[in-house]
Design a protein around this ligand. Sequence first.
Ligand SMILES: Cc1cc2nc3c(=O)[nH]c(=O)nc-3n(C[C@H](O)[C@H](O)[C@H](O)COP(=O)(O)O)c2cc1C
Length: 400
Amino acid sequence: MGIDLSIDFCKVRCENPFFLSSSVVGSNYEMCAKALKMGWAGVVFKTIGFYIPNEVSPRFDAFEKENTPFIGFKNLEQISDHPLKQNLIWLKKLKEDFPNKVIVASIMGEKEDEWTELAKLVTEAGVDMIECNFSCPQMTSEAMGADVGQNPELVKSYCKAVRKGTNLPIISKMTPNLHNMSIPAIASIEGGANSIAAINTVKSITNIDIDNFIPLPNINGKSSVSGYSGKAVKPIALRFINEIAKNEKLKGIPISGMGGIETYKDAVEFLASGASNLQITTAVMQYGYRIIEDLISGLSLYMEEKGFKKLEDFIGAAVNNVVSADKLDRNYIIYPKFDEDRCIGCGRCYISCFDGGHQAINWISKDRKPVLNRNKCIGCHLCAAVCPINCISSGEILYK
Ligand SMILES: Cc1cc2nc3c(=O)[nH]c(=O)nc-3n(C[C@H](O)[C@H](O)[C@H](O)COP(=O)(O)O)c2cc1C
């Protein structure tokens, strides 16, 4: 077949771009070993530190829609609650037992000397890279978490502190809970980081129980704003990755992308947006480590079909196709085209066009068929977006 999924990330060879992201899915030796044996190229071990959290129960909530069990996922988990010594033993054994896989230690300190010490300890344990977690939105210690990632001075000084303790590649993991990610990303690189990872979870309230007005998960009558992940955050992740990939000051800085990756198609979108490494948690929590098989075969088949031999052939290919809204071509409209043979006559295009569009679809109730009124259609394609069987596509173009 001649397809090569291997890639250098921060000058470390990875057999494919897929890593477990730092979370519950990689929180002990046994879990990571199972995933690595199944084909994951690397693991970013659950964030470790001197701080040992006392966790709540329950700690998750799912955001659902219609028949989809969850489109987004909220968690209240902090960093590892295993003793640091135990985590270091697991990291060391993972590297010894899987020398050809990539073992990344995710660390979080409360002050500079803790960041330096953690960097030294994980370097001694033999890991390949260090990821700095500046971005957990539900830490109970004020000196840690997502708010650190919003403060470029702190990010820079903590990266410097980590650099003092290691010569390994440093990945700086960003919070999406800000407007402009480039600011802390540039500060990270100035502080000595080599790469940017995005995104950590998005601050959220997912659901409120309307019988007792308690947000979920209900922890003895209360809940907290905390991290949202999974498919629903993919659009937010791609937006930030595009921002990092485009920034002139971050040119050439390797990006590790995550946030809602579930399928090979998601993977292609992140790679085309400039990521050269991909990390996953929520899809693994839902479907298990075995998704790696579909990710690898799906990505390989996609590349074969497109004639790509290696990932570099299309990494970043979509970056410059995102432009500011004032640069978009506004000189034409595309009319929708209805496939009458496939149309099931559900009327959703008609309802949406009337109530949310420009009243450009007439409804022949006898035939249960939509008929387009070109004099009113402005080519918004809402009809195509709501069609449940995808029988509406782009048709004729009218130049203004
Ligand atoms: C249960 C859970 C625990 C997590 N713990 C950590 C963590 O310890 N360190 C960290 O950097 N990110 C943590 N994350 C964030 C993930 O690594 C990842 O950035 C985020 O979930 C987006 O990716 P996903 O949509 O594939 O889950 C956690 C996420 C979840 C759902």
